[in-house]
Structure formats: C-alpha cells, structure tokens
Design a binder for this molecule. Structure first.
Ligand SMILES: CC(C)=CCC/C(C)=C/CC/C(C)=C/CSC[C@H](N)C(=O)O
Length: 416
C-alpha cells in the first residue's frame, strides 16, 4: 500500500496540511470547472490555498472534514465487531449497529438534504460536494447521504493506494484463501434435498455454470453470491426455490472510463497552454458538460515526483456517462495517440429512500452486493464479505448469540 496520488479535491489539504511550502514542481493542481470557467483553482502554495478557500467557502471545508470524520469514527466500529466475530443478517441492521438511527437516516435522505440540514452553504454544496459525487459515483447531490459521506471521504487527503492496482487485492485474497477458482459464468442455482438413511435430509444447492469446456455444475452446502444481481449484470436464475428468492429492483449506473495518452486542450478550458497546469479537473452540474471529471493517472508510490511524465504527455482518465465521441475527444485533447474505453455498470443508481437488497436470499444462499446500495466501494465489499462469512458460520452452527446483537458498542466497551 502507498499513499494515494489520485483524485483529491483542492479543499482536502485543509485538515492535513502538507506544510507551508510550495508544491513540488511535478505536483499538478486541481480545479473545479462549471462548464464555462473555473470556479476554484488550487494554488501550489498552501497558505494561498487556505486563504482562497476561506474567501470562497468560509469554514465549510473544515466543517465538512469534521462531519465526515464523525461518520467515519462510528463506521470504524465494524472492524472491532468483526474482530469479535459479530455478524448482521441485513445491511440495515449492520448500519444501525454502527451509528444507530443517525446512520439509517443517512440512507433515507440525499447528501444535499443532509448537508443543508447541517448548515452547509448552497455554494459549497454545488461547487465542492457535487463535483466529489460526480467523480466518485457519476451522479450529483441526489445520492443518499451515506454514500455521499463515503464519496467525501474519498476526496480527502491521506488515502492509500495499492501499488500495482486494486486488482491485486482480489488476486491476493484468492491466493490467501487457497480457494480453487473455476473460470466460468454461473447460470442458475437450484435447491436439492438429499435424503439420509439416518437423521434429517441434507439441504444442498446445485449450481450450474458455463465454462470453456461447456455447461457443467456441482452441489454446494452454502452459496455466496458476490456479483450484482440483475438482468444486465449477474443474470442468475433461482430455480424451484421455496419460498422464491424475492425480486428486488437493483438499478446500476453506467460510467464510462476513457484513458487517453495525449495532451489536454488548455483552450477548451479558456486557458493558454503555458499557464495550464491542472492535473485534476472536477466538474459541477451542467447539462452542457459531456464529462464528469478529468484527471492525470499517476503511478502509485512515486512521491518524489521523479519519473512522472510531464503533464503534456500524460495518461488522462476521463469519466463520463456516455462514450465520448470523436468530436468530444478532439475538443478535450489537442492531440492524443492512444485511447482505451471501459464502459461499465460501476455502482448503483442512487436515490433515497434506499432499500437494501437482503443478505440472506435463502437458507444458505448469501448475497454480498446489497451493501453497494448503502455505498459502493471496495472497503464496503470487504466488510460485506467478512459479514457473510461470519453469518454463514454462525447460522450453520446455530450460534444465535453472535448475530444481530444490539448495543455492541456498549458491550465491547466493557468487555475490553
Ligand atoms: C462512512 C465513511 C465516511 C467512510 C467509510 C469508509 C470507506 C468506504 C471509505 C472509502 C473512501 C473512498 C476511497 C471513496 C471513493 S468512492 C468509491 C470509488 N468510486 C470506488 O469505486 O471504490
């Protein structure tokens, strides 16, 4: 793990000051663009930045950090609960155990409503909070307030990145678990009851999957689904379930990530190329804008700045709702030599009040991705996975004392 050099809003340095010095010559600056002009341009001088922030937004940035920190402090309780093997049978219960009604309320209101109630200014919400939602979740301030808080945590300074890419977390976990991976696509799951000469019959699930060698399958005691369910994502048929697996609406939001090796067009942003040193451009809501953010992709771990390519020949990551047309690319870049486009259903389409999909789909069928409706992030998926493992274990052995326990915070305070 390395300190992240990625997407950070210019307001985030306020809580963790990098020092009263100028940024290194290789440090690129962030700006907030409203579709016509920059409403905020980061300065490479910490003190100038601080004064600019105070001038534009008063104490809102500092208060925002404190607001997020307060939620984060309560959220971190989950690691303690899981260390003590406690599990939750629904995402709402998990959330309630961490922050009580304050947390469940966050699911039922927008980040806009929550921050307005907390006294943040419209200007700050539109110019700072909205761009953070757009870069992280491709949506505006109508997302639920919990994912809003996660998104704001994601633009603070002091984050860490995985050297080599986040995909190493998945391969590392598979390796550590010694799991045998069968490459293929799951098509259906069906309960099977196997009679036993002595005692109760064994309840199993037959999972059918398509592999390179054709259609095949196997029986399992416990099934854990770790892919978003839906017609456009994991299209799994639940055959002959009694009771049937409930249908739940699960809309996902399309995001297009375009990686471009080239030169950003300063004049598109109304700048002369010699004075244009933005490495991250966040955007406000504007129907005329065809992208959500543009940011330079930097290697993880190179804190010295040495080895970083000059901004003019960098790799840029553009997030947009739709695939960029040739005309749009030519507007945004004065020249480019290679492009990679990834269109995907990256996270839920958020819209409070949010109802989370169940974790338990059947006796021993568990579903992890419901937690994405609370907030979609790899940290959340890791928590959901550990919760499902603990839950499956406790339900298998009938340990009711470690499932859906109330007042865990108080209980663990006195236990330790
Ligand atoms: C409750 C709070 C404030 C934080 C929970 C901890 C957490 C999940 C932190 C993640 C912060 C982060 C890196 C957010 C970026 S947005 C997610 C990103 N788009 C992704 O796909 O992972």
């Amino acid at each position: 793990m390395r300190r992240a050099t990625g997407t950070r809003l210019p307001v985030s340095g306020v809580t963790l000051p990098p020092g009263l010095s100028a940024a290194t010559p290789h440090d690129s600056l962030a700006g907030i663009y409203n579709g016509e002009e920059f409403v905020f341009e980061e300065s490479s001088w910490y003190i100038v930045n601080l004064l600019k922030l105070l001038w534009h937004y008063g104490l809102n940035p500092l208060r925002m950090s404190m607001w997020v920190e307060d939620i984060l402090d309560k959220f971190m309780r989950i690691y303690r609960y899981q260390t003590h093997d406690y599990a939750f049978s629904s995402n709402e219960r998990l959330l309630h155990a961490l922050g009580g009604n304050d947390f469940t309320r966050l699911l039922n209101q927008t980040i806009d409503e929550a921050l307005q109630k907390a006294g943040f200014s419209h200007k700050f919400i539109n110019e700072v909070v909205c761009p953070a939602m757009r870069v992280n979740y491709g949506q505006g301030v109508t997302v639920n307030a919990f994912v809003g808080a996660v998104s704001l945590a994601g633009v603070e300074s002091g984050l860490w990145s995985v050297k080599g890419g986040n995909k190493l977390v998945c391969s590392g976990l598979i390796y550590a678990s010694k799991a045998e991976v069968i490459p293929g696509t799951v098509l259906s799951i069906e309960p099977k009851v196997r009679p036993r000469s002595s005692g109760d019959p064994v309840k199993l699930y037959y999972v059918t999957y398509n592999t390179t060698s054709g259609l095949t399958g196997d029986t399992y005691d416990i099934v854990v689904i770790a892919a978003p369910l839906g017609r456009k994502s994991a299209n799994i048929t639940f055959k002959n379930f009694d009771p049937p697996v409930p249908d739940f609406p699960n809309p996902y939001h399309q995001t297009v990530a375009t990686l471009v090796h080239g030169r950003l067009n300063a004049s598109f942003f109304g700048y002369d190329s010699s004075a244009f040193d933005f490495g991250a451009i966040f955007t406000m809501e504007n129907p005329k804008l065809f992208f959500n953010s543009v940011g330079v992709v930097l290697p993880v771990g190179d804190v010295s700045g040495e080895g970083k390519p000059p901004l003019e020949s960098s790799v840029w990551k553009v997030f947009s709702k739709e695939e960029l047309t040739k005309e749009q690319l030519n507007l945004l870049f004065s020249s480019y030599d290679s492009i990679k486009v990834k269109k995907w259903l990256a996270y839920p389409q958020y819209g409070p009040p949010e109802k989370c999909p169940p974790i338990i789909l059947h006796d021993a069928v568990y579903y992890l991705n419901g937690i994405e409706r609370v907030a979609s992030a790899m940290e959340m998926s890791a928590i959901a996975a550990k919760n499902a493992a603990l839950l499956a274990f406790h339900r298998w052995y009938g340990n009711t004392d470690h499932v859906d326990q109330e007042d865990l915070h108080e209980k663990l305070k006195t236990e330790l």
